[in-house]
Design a protein around this ligand. Sequence first.
Ligand code: CA
Length: 418
Amino acid sequence: MPHQFPRRALALLPLLLLAACAQAPAENLPTAAPQAAAQTTVEEPLASFADWRRALRSEAIAAGIDAALFDRVFAGVTPDPAVLKADSSQPEFTRPVWEYLDGAVSSSRIGRGRVLLAQHSLVLQRIEQQYGVEAPILVAIWGLESNFGNNIGSHSVIRSLATLAYDGRRQGFWRVQLLAALQILQNGDITSDRMIGSWAGAMGQTQFMPTTYNQHAVDFDGDGKRDLWGSSTDALASAAHYLQASGWQRGQPWGFEVSLPGGFDYSLADPEQRRSLAEWAELGVRPLAPTGAAANARASLQLPAGHRGPAFLLLDNFRSILKYNNSTSYALAIGLLADNLLRPSEVKGQWPRGERQLGRSERVELQELLTNAGFDPGPADGIIGANTRKAIRALQLQLNWPADGYPTTELLQQLRAR
Ligand code: CA
């Protein structure tokens, strides 16, 4: 499950473009993550944890946190080495998008989701009436975030956030989250011993970061507490409230699979190329099934595995899901799972399962070689963001290859041979 990464905060703080989701392919990771990591490795000697905690205590009290609450919550808290280790890991290999989807949209998760959709139908109807977000999307988020409440993490949120704010990368970000967590405790929504989450402080059945919790969590079962740990009703309504704030449009699809005409210009498959569905239809881009979407709705075309894999048109609601978790693979999984909760719906295009994904060091090498060859892929950080995609496209056009901007071993070999 993608609990290891702080995601709810992505929409709030642009400087914290954090690595999205553990299982997401590296191609989809936000561009800023490694640079941010590199910049925060400062030479200053680390204060002792006791000194650090003293300074934090003053700051917390100035921010309105009760001193007695702070002392009670921090009694016996020490840095957690396992959390630091998780924060600093940079895996060489990440799963390809099709493998991620196999796990995220498995038949067992679909089956469980359908049962829960029926069981919770009354409360989901009330949530949809209040926030305008359809039940299948909420159940899909619940399924991916915590396996429907069965996997909410087991780390003490205060200890994890204290560790990261004291000695992690992006300490300023973690400090803000830690103060927000103290605020939640002071509000009485949860006690500190029950405030558990991922190693990175994502909490409850919807895996909200503390700042997102403070802004978007709601008490929907009416017991006076916003309880994302113990109340699936509060969790589902809070996810709806957050999606509503992220611009969710009721009745619009998130997107759908399409077919492309022969000789299609693959450079149009880019998040920056947004067109109305009518314009896409004129270009020969055809939905594989009736969509119910308005012809003037705008969409971008995405080829998650390059031109050899399936193609999708993604509407505004897809961008709302990305605000929840900034990973294309994650948002695709939510959309496909939600579709499957209503009726069986398989991706028809073939994933290039035989194609080997580039590892992190190969992606760095690809970027270095692109730079040497006179292209401008941005810093060699191993992350295929907008600049690297553009550079790959420019090279593909030069080679007269399909310009899908997708990194392959073929392309790396081409560059090595120069
Ligand atoms: Ca409640």
